[in-house]
Design a protein. Structure first.
Length: 439
């Protein structure tokens, strides 16, 4: 379906990101796991065999662009529907028109951007038409569709997860913008590759952000002798961050996260919050830091403080909900907490010990006594025979062996006496002594 243009529309007046929006799959940046040669979504688009689907991914990775590409390839009527402005009446009007077309052999694809903004009643209005095949629904969302899309509607849609764009994807995209006639190809622009990489790092996987930033920098750079010269100072002014020079893929990135991790491990809250500030003010993704803190909570604290993991996950959710700069305090809170509480790596050590044995004994059978026996044949083969239900015993303990025979005396978890783990150590010693007495 083509869009009507007014006499006053001019492509040169459109934002750079819009002028360079890819029209074909070959021009599309990233998402090779879905759109590479032989991949399922590429086949569906090229064969015009689209079914209802949802594109889930962060901003600027191509969800809307993919919908436009589908519009260019499909033989269906393509309707672009806004989740922000479309009410139930508008939905039903579009659906009824689509149903009439279906009766005469036509197909209608309805694209809904930001589908997570629809309430339950609005989403329910789509459901009967998706079920009947009156429409093919394509939704785009930055939120987890498991939480934001009705389960009945979600079950009728294939979810495709779009990944954050890599630096090399953005670099190629910006190079194309500088050479394309739709971009700055007709301008003489002097910009170093290292500056393009800085813009890519700042964009944090968002193509629209990268193109908008490039456009702002070019338009604000000095024009002399028929040439536009981009300098580091102009980049810093446009982005208002000298910290743009922080390379999220380079050595300094890993040096700083290492400094944060080791400062928390060394129980130094002042150093930890300093390295945190260095990362965040340099433009680091707060969700990346939050994920590292979650790992730290299990690796370096474990059950020495059972709230550590809970608070780390809460901090991640806070970062997801409110973003920077508001989430900086939430991260500072959890980083300082992790620095102060007792430390234990017993959980991490236990898993890695068990991991080695698991890899070396991958075919070791599960003891019959703890196998499930849902069928008569399994019972005849002694699955679950002599199983002891712990809750039926006084101490809620049994002497049943749960390890494979070859590993029955193995010990992986050795608790420390740090924090709450001291109590767990006492409990574990009681359990082991009881089992010895009741062998």
């Amino acid at each position: 379906m083509t869009e009507q243009r007014t006499l006053f529309e001019n492509d040169e007046n459109k934002p750079l990101a819009e002028r360079l929006r890819p029209q074909t799959l070959d021009d599309f940046a990233g998402q090779e796991h879905l759109l590479g040669e032989g991949k399922i979504l590429r086949k569906l688009i090229l064969n015009d065999n689209i079914s209802s689907m949802i594109f889930w991914g962060p901003p600027g990775v191509g969800k809307t662009t993919l919908a436009h590409i589908i519009a260019n390839h499909t033989k269906s009527e393509f309707v672009n529907f806004s989740a922000v402005t479309g009410g139930i009446k508008a939905i039903k009007d579009v659906m009824e028109e689509a149903e009439q077309k279906r009766k005469f052999g036509g197909k209608t694809i309805v694209f809904v951007d930001e589908i997570h903004r629809f309430n339950k009643a609005q989403q329910d209005a789509f459901l009967p038409y998706v079920e009947k095949g009156s429409i093919i629904l394509i939704g785009a969302t930055t939120e987890n569709p498991s939480f934001e899309v009705n389960s009945a509607l979600l079950s009728r849609c294939k979810v495709f997860v779009l990944q954050q764009l890599q630096t090399e994807n953005l670099f190629k995209l910006l190079k194309h913008a500088l050479s394309s006639e739709k971009g700055f190809g007709n301008s003489n622009i002097d910009i170093k590759d290292e500056y393009i990489e800085l813009i890519c790092n700042f964009a944090n996987g968002d193509a629209r952000n990268a193109l908008s930033t490039l456009e702002m920098i070019v338009l604000n750079s000095n024009f002399e002798n028929n040439k536009i010269t981009v300098t580091k100072e102009i980049i810093e002014q446009c982005i208002s961050k000298k910290s743009l020079l922080y390379d999220k893929n380079g050595e300094e990135h890993y040096n700083l996260i290492s400094a944060l991790h080791k400062s928390m491990r060394n129980s130094d809250p002042d150093a930890a919050v300093y390295w945190l500030a260095r990362m965040l003010e340099a433009g680091e993704d707060p969700l990346y830091v939050a994920r590292r803190v979650i790992r730290f909570a299990s690796e370096d604290i474990g059950i020495a403080d059972t709230r550590a993991l809970e608070l780390a996950v809460s901090a991640y959710q806070a970062c997801h909900y409110i973003g920077m700069p508001e989430c900086a305090d939430a991260l500072a809170e959890v980083v300082i907490y992790m620095s102060i509480v007792p430390k234990s790596n017993a959980i991490d050590v236990a898993y890695n010990r068990a991991k080695q044995d698991a890899l070396n004994t991958i075919a070791e059978p599960v003891p019959l006594v703890i196998r499930n026996a849902p069928t008569k044949l399994m019972k005849e083969l002694n699955y679950g025979k002599d199983y002891q239900f712990a809750h039926n015993h006084k101490e809620h303990l049994t002497n049943m062996q749960c390890m494979p025979e070859k590993l029955k005396d193995k010990v992986y978890y050795t608790p420390t006496e740090e924090g709450l783990e001291k109590k767990f150590k006492e409990r574990l010693e009681f359990i082991k002594n009881w089992k010895k007495q009741h062998q």
